[in-house]
Design a binder for this molecule. Sequence first.
Ligand SMILES: Cc1cc2nc3c(=O)[nH]c(=O)nc-3n(C[C@H](O)[C@H](O)[C@H](O)COP(=O)(O)O)c2cc1C
Length: 265
Amino acid sequence: MSIKVMGVAAGRKNSNSEILLKEALIACEEAGAEVTMINLRDYNILDCTGCTSCTIGMSQGKNVGCVLDEKDDKKKIMDVLLNQDAVIYSVPTYDLMPTAEYLAFAQRSLSYETAFLETIGAIEHRDRVAGLISVGGSTRAWQSMALEGLQATMFTTDMKVVDMLLATQVPGPAQCLLHDDLIRRAHKLGENIMKAAMTPVEKRKWIGDEDMGWCPNCHSNALVLGEKQWDGLHYPIECQVCGAGGNLEKQKTENGNLSFRKMVC
Ligand SMILES: Cc1cc2nc3c(=O)[nH]c(=O)nc-3n(C[C@H](O)[C@H](O)[C@H](O)COP(=O)(O)O)c2cc1C
């Protein structure tokens, strides 16, 4: 049975996030995957109302779904998405973070909270990998929460992120086509997704750029000063995405000054 990979874009039609996603999906198809792609702009996704009836149901051992299931397209998409081996998300950066359109889609996933649904026996465990692409008009400084924002939405549906691409300085429609390096990197992301999907689950690990990000666990670039947690645990530094705790390692630069290197957990 072939590996199933779905691409989810959230930007302008035929523009940067769609193009980079298609390039990644081409690599998946070349490696034998059955691929599907959607752009959230073609669907009607309502905002989570915050009623929490889904999680109240789960706490009573029932999978009651979402009160909006019949009112928009979220369930139709999730019925396909959760049947994949891998998902690649490609989302523009608006105001330093993923677009509201994507976030509305992701925040409707509470009724699909994998860990809860598995615990109550409503669904069977399935291992999936994910690749993330953030596309912005500016440099990383103006996309500071873009990939991190996408990463933060992966926990609910238990997606293991194995590669990420931050596509910078492509403000114009389809402008990424002028950057061969970006197209090549998107292709590589597709190859990496397939490599991960074909690797036994227990051996799957990060295969993106080795030195990406500060966090040695999830490769985010977002660290915060740690504070005492519920159970009293306290780390000097925490990753604000995955919560890994540790400290910063001091090192001497070539001119003898002190600087900080990676977080060590
Ligand atoms: C409302 C709005 C806010 C934006 N904010 C940012 C931003 O904070 N950082 C950035 O790098 N690009 C920003 N951009 C630029 C888009 O990320 C860029 O045009 C991107 O290529 C859009 O992707 P698409 O071509 O797939 O639609 C913004 C664009 C709009 C329309």
